[in-house]
Design a protein around this ligand. Sequence first.
Ligand code: FPP
Length: 267
Amino acid sequence: MSLGKIIDKKNNDLSKRIDKQKVPEHIAIIMDGNGRWATRKGFPRSFGHKQGVNVLKKILKASKKLGCKILTVYAFSTENWSRPTKEVDFLINLFTEVLKNEIKEIHEESTKIKFIGDLTPFPKNLKEIISSSESLTKNNTKFLFNVCVNYGGRQEIVKVAKELALKSSAGEIKPSEINEELFNSELLLGGIKDPELLIRTSGEKRISNFLLWQLAYSEIYISEVLWPEFNEHEFLKAIIDYQSRNRRFGGIESLPNESFEDSQYSS
Ligand code: FPP
C-alpha cells in the first residue's frame, strides 16, 4: 500500500522520508490531552474524548498503511476511576458505542482486537461487546489492535508474580524455572514483540504506569500536540524521529579506529 503524500509546512512530502525497511512493528500510544483540548476550546471534556476517537481511527489506518503490525493504546488506566463519575460513565459508554459502530470494519480489515486489563468492574453490556468483538476477530492475522482499559503496569507485574508463585507452590514449576521468557509469556500482552516505539501526546514526559515491563527498551517520542489535534502528519514525524535513533539495547556502537584499549579507561 502506498503511503500517499503527507505535506509538511515547508511543502515537503514526509512520507518520502520514511524508510519502509525500518518501520516499527509494534507502536504503543498514550493518547493524552483530550480534556485540555476541549476545555481550551470552551467545550465539555466529553467533546475532547469524542474527537479523540476520530483521531484514533485515523492513526489506526495510518499504522496499517505504514506497514506496522501492532498498535497498543492506553484508553483507560487503573487511575482513571478517580475522575468524576460523570466522566467515567461517559468514557464507558463511548467505548461501548465505538465498538458497536466500528467492529464490522475492524473485522473486514482482518484486524484482531484485544482488550488488555482487568475488565471485572465494567458494566455487563461493555463486557459482552468486548467478548463478542474479541471472539469475532480472534483469527484475523493482518493487524493486532490492543486497547488497554483498566490497565496498570504495576498491577500487571504483581498479577504475574502471584500466578507464578501459585504455580510454584502447587509444584507445577520450580522457582529456578522463572526467567524473563516465562514471566513475559504470562503478561497480558501474551509475550508478543515489545513496542519499539512509544508515542505520548500533550508534551507530558511520563510513562504513567503503562506497559512497564514491555517498554524497557522502547524509544520514547513526546509530541507537544494534544491528542485531538494529533494526525497522520504528526504520526509520520514520530516515525521519522524514531528512524533517526541508534538503538543499542545497552550495548555500544562499534566505530572505526576505536578499541577498548585505546580508551581513557585503560590503565
Ligand atoms: C486522555 O486524555 C484520554 C483518555 C483518558 C481517554 C482516551 C480514550 C479514547 C480516545 C477513546 C478510545 C476508544 C476506544 C473504543 C478504543 P485526558 O482526559 O487525560 O486529557 P487531559 O490530560 O487533558 O485531561
